[in-house]
Design a protein around this ligand. Structure first.
Ligand code: SF4
Length: 373
């Protein structure tokens, strides 16, 4: 859903700024565009079965209740997906929108899990991150969502300049006490094509420190494990049994269909990975802009599969990887040998499972550079 009420200075997602009647009009065009994309991809979508739904953004919660109902009606009648039959139906929500009234609408149309863009519980953190909500709205959104019986996840950004261990500990405690069953924790990363570097040049922001981020990410793990959460993926923590099913598809090499501007679809076939990324920018997408296509053949596909599969901290089933990407076990052994020697990767279950070594998850990206190289 490619609309936001304002642009957060660290964000490089594909969205258009809008609000009020203008946003509603654009949302109508977006819904019509989704149906045109469905028609254009009818042959690919034919016979597809779906078991999870993820509505991300942008800011899906900026849609009016009528547009949300229209979206779900289209899913059912246009796409043939009955949301309530799916194993998981997640929608991203901004805290300033998560009122009891909107949560009633969301639950009524079939959403069972919300991902709240909390990002910070501190007024200074929210100011730096350019978020529209207040610290009180952040906590209230969790309370309302939990009270409505929705599975509730919160996103938190760590390492903004001035973030401290004491503050982070308090934020985690408050969110857990309010009832989140899942937390996604991200270090603040600044992409070059975002407003943040310009703000740095004007003296209005500073760049985050990698060392501070690493210390805070370690603190997150310690605190959440002590509170009964499982650290199941590099950036994800959950109560046992509350792991995100949809997100898990990316780490377990499942096929995914994405619709809308910049949406990515992934298909696995004959050991290769075919990726389609829709045109960026709602206007270009509405005008029928061509998607980008990429096809990774076996070795490249398998190396990427290793990297993605290792995001899950319990590790990946190597025989399954070999079957999925049509590579030999010897290929895997050779590919990971250096990282195993360094202790960054370890074999479990008599060599059937490969996982990131204890405490090495912070280096997942650099391990990936080696595996993909
Ligand atoms: S609300 Fe989310 S998608 Fe929109 S600008 Fe902020 S971070 Fe990006």
């Amino acid at each position: 859903m490619p609309f936001c009420a304002r642009a957060c200075p660290y964000c490089d997602f594909d969205f258009e700024v809008g609000r009020g009647p203008k946003l509603d009009e654009r949302a109508g065009q977006w819904l019509a565009g989704l149906d045109r994309e469905r028609e254009a991809r009818a042959a690919q979508l034919e016979g597809q079965s779906f078991d999870t739904l993820y509505i991300g953004g942008g800011t899906p919660s900026a849609l009016s209740p009528d547009r949300l109902r229209a979206l779900f009606m289209w899913l059912e009648q246009g796409l043939g997906v009955a949301p309530t039959q799916l194993r998981e139906r997640t929608m991203e929500l901004n805290p300033e929108h998560a009122t009891p009234a909107l949560l009633d609408v969301i639950a009524e149309i079939g959403i069972d899990r919300v991902s709240l863009g909390i990002q910070s519980r501190s007024a200074e953190g929210l100011r730096q991150l350019g978020r529209a909500h207040t610290p009180d709205q952040a906590l209230a959104s969790v309370a309302h969502s939990v009270a409505r019986g929705l599975r509730t996840s919160a996103d938190l950004i760590v390492g903004w300049p001035g973030h401290t261990p004491a503050l982070l500990e308090r934020e985690l405690g408050e969110l857990v006490d309010a009832g989140v069953e899942h937390l996604s924790i991200y270090g603040l990363t600044i992409e070059p094509d975002t407003p943040w570097p310009k703000l740095v040049r004007r003296g209005l922001r500073v760049l985050p420190s990698d060392e501070l981020q690493a210390d805070l990410l370690v603190l997150v793990e310690r605190e959440l494990l002590a509170r009964g959460f499982v650290h199941y993926e590099v950036a994800s923590y959950a109560r046992p049994g509350a792991e995100a099913i949809h997100n898990g598809k990316y780490w377990s090499w499942a096929d995914v269909v994405g619709l809308g501007p910049s949406a990515a679809s992934v298909r696995h076939a004959d050991g290769a990975v075919e990726r389609r990324v829709n045109a960026r920018g709602i206007e270009t997408w509405l005008d029928g802009g061509a998607p980008a296509h990429e096809r990774l053949e076996r070795d490249h596909a398998a190396a990427e599969g290793l990297w993605l599969g290792l995001r899950r901290l319990t590790g990946l089933d190597v025989e399954r990887l070999c079957r999925r990407f049509l590579v030999a076990r010897a290929w895997v052994d050779a590919r990971v040998a250096r990282q195993v020697e360094l202790g960054n990767l370890v074999w479990d279950q008599q060599g059937r499972v490969l996982r990131v070594g204890d405490g090495r998850w912070l280096w997942h990206d650099s391990i990936g550079v080696d595996l993909l190289g």
